[in-house]
Design a protein around this ligand. Structure first.
Ligand SMILES: *Cc1c(COP(=O)(O)O)cnc(C)c1O
Length: 431
């Protein structure tokens, strides 16, 4: 199996986190998001332990909450003493109302409005990851009005392309995010920031992309960032305390993708950082990283009920399900791969090749193409694996389809973390 929280029981039913998925489909209805709480905690602890072991004191991973955001995830993050990233006032509001200690949050984004900046300062967000000089001036003014000094990291672009899908590659010079090092604009910005009132610069941030399986791109990025830190120290006599290397470690969506040890990758990155710092004669900064996908993706699974099964003679087969791009737009957006299984008969021979289609009025509403399954019958349960990241958080009400609930599973039981949306919810803002 693709992850150790998935198995098949004596009835031939797919199990997730030890639970019979067909029982859960019966109990909660479909479509249904499942989240394995113990798996989430296991990943957080792996990251935290590796950071303590390999990086200087004060180094910490942050959970990139855009990958999965609801009150319960912030409670889990608070319990695990994990830091978080937030990218909007909506995420700030969700985390703050869940009781998350906001001094441990980092506020991202390439376009924070004055209103956003005020909201974040009022909610005592710990750090802004500032994306432009324009934004820094605005933060400075608003911080001054509030009588505070705001801690920031400056986001810079190291100018590397990680060869992942273009829409999720962000470290190149012409990215919409950050300030370029290679054009000389980043060092100019640092010079300005150091003169700016009510701003305390704590270090630098970069993010190079997503779904990265090797430590190499992180080593390259950290090498460029450390050179920059050295240049800033030499030219401006400023010592960066913190270096944030962004998110992006890969997740196994298909059996053909590698299984990676995050501990091992972090150790490799740490070795490279230590070596380079001693070569450059600088102190190793506190390191941060921002895993999103690798914390929650394989902690998630989506269950659907099979509807029509259509065989177009001489062409292809379609299996239609009761969800689709409204709960998982990732194939539609960038042909993201997923493993699909027939949960009701997980041990049966997979000899039916089909496209899994959603229910929306959109030909592009596809969950996955050319999957191999036992031929399903109407009303059987289909499972899409590894949907914990960027599924619920990207869900929409297109075609006025209500969003599925999120049911958390742990050793003590199953519970609803997000309720199923109702038609009344959907109409609640209509006047
Ligand atoms: C999206 C993003 C992340 C998380 O990336 P994952 O691939 O989910 O680990 C972290 N940091 C920044 C700035 C991002 O934009």
């Amino acid at each position: 199996m693709i992850c150790d929280n998935i198995s098949v029981n004596a009835k031939g039913h797919l199990t997730f986190a030890g639970y019979d998925t067909t029982d859960l489909a019966q109990k909660y209805g479909t479509p249904l998001y499942l989240m394995d709480e113990d798996k989430i905690r296991e990943h957080i602890r792996e990251y935290k332990t590796a950071f303590e072991k390999f990086f200087p004191q004060g180094s910490m991973p942050e959970f990139a909450s855009k990958s999965f955001s609801c009150k319960q995830i912030y409670r889990i993050m608070a319990e695990e003493q994990m830091n978080i990233d937030v990218v909007s006032c909506g995420e700030i509001y969700t985390a703050a109302t869940a009781g998350f200690p906001m001094e441990r949050s980092f506020f991202h984004g390439n376009n924070k409005s004055d209103g956003d900046i005020r909201f974040a300062i009022n909610n005592k967000v710990g750090f802004f990851v500032a994306d432009s000089m324009d934004e820094i001036c605005a933060i400075s003014q608003i911080a001054k009005q509030n009588g505070i000094t705001q801690k920031i990291l400056l986001r810079v672009t190291p100018g590397i392309d990680t060869h992942t899908h273009q829409k999720i590659s962000t470290g190149n010079v012409d990215s919409k995010f950050g300030i370029a090092i290679s054009t000389g604009q980043a060092i100019e910005a640092v010079k300005e920031v150091l003169k700016t009132e009510n701003i305390s610069l704590c270090g630098f941030h970069c993010h190079i992309g997503s779904q990265i399986f090797e430590s190499e791109p992180f080593k390259t990025a950290s090498s460029i960032m450390l050179e920059f830190i050295k240049q800033v120290k030499t030219e401006l006599n400023y010592t960066a305390e913190m270096l944030n290397l962004g998110g992006g470690f890969g997740v196994r969506y298909l059996e053909s993708q590698p299984e990676i040890s995050y501990t091992e990758k972090i150790r490799e990155v740490a070795t490279a950082i230590n070596e380079q710092c001693s070569a450059l004669g600088i102190k190793v900064p506190k390191i941060a990283m921002e895993p999103g996908r690798s914390i929650v993706a394989d902690a998630g699974m989506t269950l659907y009920t099979v509807g029509s099964v259509k065989e177009i003679t001489g062409y292809k087969n379609y299996i239609s399900v009761d969800g689709g791009m409204t709960d998982n737009p990732r194939y539609t957006l960038y042909e993201a791969p997923y493993t699909v299984m027939l949960a009701s008969r997980a041990n049966d021979k997979a000899d039916f090749v089909a496209t899994i289609a959603g229910r929306c009025c959109e030909s592009g509403d596809i969950i996955q193409e050319n999957v191999n399954l036992p031929k399903p019958k109407r009303n059987e349960i289909l499972a899409v694996l590894t949907t914990g990241a960027y599924n619920y958080s990207m869900a929409s009400n297109y075609n006025r389809v209500p969003r599925p609930p999120v049911v958390m599973l742990n050793k003590n039981g199953d519970y609803v973390a997000v309720k199923r949306e109702t038609f009344e919810d959907i109409c609640s803002l209509d006047v």
